[in-house]
Design a protein around this ligand. Structure first.
Ligand code: PEP
Ligand code: MN
Length: 300
């Protein structure tokens, strides 16, 4: 069904007219589909992006790439430029890390998503990445967002950890206005009073964003959970509520990871999660098929 405009949200979001539904485009049934190689994000497939928080070494990355590809991931994630909360923590391998990502792509066929932190790095990272990731700490970095307008690659825009959805869409609008409509929104948990999880996964945000925007929405259960045993449950919630994919941290030896080891899945844990999600993947494909039939009948 075409998502109808809701009076509650009309004024709040529709001013971001390139990324939100507006009175003018509310009737159109088409959503933005972000295409990367042969992968469609926002269409009938649920797209899983997996890999280490940070690219640490060739061995770590290639083994992870092979394992996640075997379990059904389509993208390899891995930070070469790391925004760390502590200035004393590992900051990433820089261009060396990008080269390792390109090597992993060549060996496995996985597409690459990696973070860009500064407008000065956009050109270089765009030479290697299939999707440019904007992290939670950069959602309001307008110089970066504007530079991504002409980078020639889709952008995955993470929600700032204290940002309202209105502010997320405002940042998306900045990228779109700068010339790049290929944007994927990402819910990765927000700061609340709760400390049992690293962040609070705002699962309702996915449902709101799917209703008020035509952009694909993916969920990062790893940074929301902060602890690996919760990741599969949050992943299930994400697909059940209608997200278009996941961004998940996986590491060959999570206990030795240089960053975010506590929330990273081991290879067997990732394989198990993907196999447990299989019924949801197929429900999603059936649902998409039914929707296409409705559109063909003119009922959407
Ligand atoms: C990451 O994906 O490793 C990352 C740093 O995420 P976030 O920006 O959501 O903290
Ligand atoms: Mn991380």
């Amino acid at each position: 069904m075409a998502a109808r405009m809701n009076p509650k949200w009309n004024g709040q979001f529709s001013c971001f007219d390139l990324v939100a539904r507006t009175a003018e485009n509310a009737g159109r049934s088409s959503r933005t589909i972000v295409r990367v190689r042969d992968i469609e994000i926002g269409a009938s497939d649920f797209v899983v992006m997996a890999g280490p928080c940070a690219v640490e070494s060739e061995d770590q990355l290639l083994r992870t790439a092979e394992a996640v590809a075997k379990s059904g991931a389509r993208f390899l994630r891995g930070g070469a430029y790391k925004p760390r909360s502590s200035p004393y923590a590992f900051q990433g391998l820089g261009e060396e890390g990008l080269k390792l990502l390109a090597k992993a792509r060549a060996e496995t066929g996985l597409a690459i998503i990696t973070e860009v932190m500064s407008e000065e790095d956009v050109e270089l990272i765009a030479e290697y990445a299939d999707i440019m990731q904007v992290g939670t700490r950069s959602m309001d970095n307008y110089a970066l967002l504007e530079a991504l307008g002409s980078c020639g690659r889709p952008v995955l825009l993470k929600r700032g950890m204290t940002a309202r959805l209105e502010e997320l869409l405002r940042s998306a609008q900045v990228i779109a206005m700068a010339g790049n409509p290929q944007i994927i929104l990402c819910e990765r948990g927000i700061r609340t009073f709760e400390t049992a999880t690293r962040n609070t996964l705002d699962i309702a945000a996915v449902a709101v964003l799917k209703r008020v925007s035509h952009l694909p929405v993916i969920v990062d259960p790893s940074h929301a959970a902060g602890i690996r045993c919760l990741v599969p449950a949050l992943a299930r919630a994400a697909i059940a509520i209608g997200a278009d994919g996941l961004l998940v941290e996986v590491h060959p030896t999570p206990e030795r990871a240089l960053s975010d080891g506590d929330q990273s899945l081991s290879f067997p844990e990732f394989r198990q999660m993907m196999s447990d999600l299989e019924p949801y993947f197929s429900l999603r494909r059936q649902d998409a098929q039914a929707r296409l039939e409705l559109i063909a009948m003119g009922a959407d």
